[in-house]
Write a protein that binds this ligand. Structure first.
Ligand code: ZN
Length: 82
C-alpha cells in the first residue's frame, strides 16, 4: 500500500501543539504517513476555510482532553464528580 506523508505534521508530531498530548498528530495518529493523498486539488484555494475548520476541530479536541484529564484527576484522587 502506498503511503503519503501527512500534511499536518512532521513525522507524526505537531510542534505547535506539543503541549497537548505531546503534539501527536490526530490526522495520522502519530505515524507521519497517511494511506491516502492528503493534498486534493483545491486545498490551496480553500486554505483559509480549512485552517478555520482545523482550528475549531483542535479547540474541540483540546476541550475534550481537558475534560478527560480532569475526570482522571478526580478518579485518581477519589473525588466524586458533582
Ligand atoms: Zn500527521
Amino acid at each position: 500500500m502506498k503511503l503519503y506523508p501527512c500534511d499536518k505534521c512532521d513525522n507524526g508530531q505537531i510542534a505547535r501543539y506539543g503541549h497537548v498530548d505531546n503534539g501527536v498528530c490526530f490526522k495520522c495518529n502519530g505515524k507521519g504517513k497517511l494511506p491516502y493523498d492528503p493534498s486534493p486539488k483545491g486545498y490551496i484555494e480553500n486554505n483559509f476555510e480549512w485552517s478555520e475548520q482545523e482550528r475549531l476541530e483542535i479547540e474541540a479536541e483540546q476541550e475534550m482532553i481537558a475534560r478527560a484529564e480532569e475526570e482522571n484527576w478526580r478518579i485518581a484522587n477519589n473525588i466524586e464528580p458533582y
